[in-house]
Design a protein. Structure first.
Length: 202
């Protein structure tokens, strides 16, 4: 089935321009979080939890295609993602964190998740490309980990899992660009900038 292709949103275009300037894989567009859970969780269930989060958040399914100098995106189907796990004898996981800090992401590898288990704690190391996530969405994932883990423990039905989507934002921005309001806003800023001396613009 042919997938619907979308233009980048304005924030994504800015991120893509930074990628062009600084080179593919530049860490300037990487966001990383380390979530500590103050008990040792069931490894298989935590892996299942992370895959459920990937399944219901369509931003994890975004794929990007180049057409000349332009970049477009589409939402792919969910596929199971193998989650890396590590085990440490102490709560010092600095080696794993440093390794993850150096992990390169790109438009072909947009995120990575690693679960680290110590005798008393569990950690989720999550790194994402900024083109599919921001600080707010990273915090949402952190909240979903606890919520989904407990729901899977209780074998709750599929309807219990909220399914956030990036598509309404894409479509809302598209509607705005096609509206008369955008034409009015654009003309306002053209006129406003035209009256500012060039020395104040840069």
């Amino acid at each position: 089935m042919k997938k619907e292709v979308y233009e980048l949103t304005n924030p994504q275009k800015n991120i893509w321009e930074l990628e062009q300037i600084n080179g593919d894989g530049t860490p300037i567009n990487h966001i990383m979080s380390v979530l500590k859970l103050n008990r040792k969780l069931d490894e298989d269930l935590l892996v299942k939890t992370m895959n459920k989060i990937i399944e219901v958040n369509d931003s994890f399914h975004l794929k990007f295609i180049k057409d000349g100098s332009n970049l477009y995106q589409y939402v792919d189907e969910y596929h199971y993602v193998p989650i890396e796990t590590k085990h440490f004898d102490t709560d010092d996981i600095s080696v794993a964190i440093e390794e993850y800090q150096n992990l390169e992401l790109s438009l072909n590898k947009l995120f990575s998740i690693c679960l680290v288990f110590t005798p008393c704690s569990s950690y989720v190391l999550y790194k994402s490309h900024h083109i599919i996530a921001d600080a707010w969405s990273m915090s949402q994932v952190a909240e979903q980990i606890k919520d989904f883990y407990e729901k899977l423990q209780r074998n709750e039905s599929e309807e219990a899992f909220e399914k956030p989507s990036y598509l309404p934002f894409i479509n809302r921005e598209k509607t705005y660009y096609e509206s008369n309001k955008f034409n009015i806003d654009e003309q306002f800023w053209i006129d406003y900038v035209a009256n500012i001396p060039s020395t104040k613009l840069f």
